[in-house]
Structures are given as C-alpha cells and as structure tokens.
Write a protein of this length. Sequence first.
Length: 111
Amino acid sequence: MTKKRYNYRLSRARRVVENTFGILTNRFRVLFTTIDADAAKATSIVRACCVLHNMLLTVHDNVYLPAGFADNVLNDGNVAGGFWRANRQNLEGMAATARRHVDAATATRNR
C-alpha cells in the first residue's frame, strides 16, 4: 500500500508540474523552445515568466486564465484536461521521456 500511495502522490505532483508548465509555455512562447542562454539567464527568464504569470492571475484572472484553461480534477478523481493541452505538439517528446523511471528512482522510493 505504501508504494501505491507514493506512486499516486508522485503522479499527482507530475500532473501539477505538467499543467503549470503547459500553461506557462502557452502564455510565454520563450518557453516553447530551448532557451538559447546560459543557465543563470535561463533561470532569470523562467522566474520572470512565473512572476508575470502570478501578477496576471491577480490582476486579470478571467481574461488571462479563463475557465477550463487549466486541468481540473473531477469528483470521481479523473482529470479533465484543460484547453492548454490542445497546443502541446512541442511538449509531447518531453512527456514521453519524463515517464521513464530509472533503477535509482525505484530504489529511492523503496527506501
């Protein structure tokens, strides 16, 4: 039961990150491709996008992030995909590789 609970929580965290990154990439196109900058500048660009995202949510919530744009968890526990998923052609490759686990991850979970 512990493995099942851990895997559920890990999967839920992955969905939250995927949803967040999907929204950010659809709103800030600089994140849609590889950022051609050094690590420090790339970090600053991503942080700036996060700050702008939070500001826009606070000031223009309904226009910036309309109902149904983000994923929603339904009453039965299933996830209804948000509108941002309709434009995710560049994210498909990342999603496939992100789901592969390595033996070290399994060992960490088991510990």
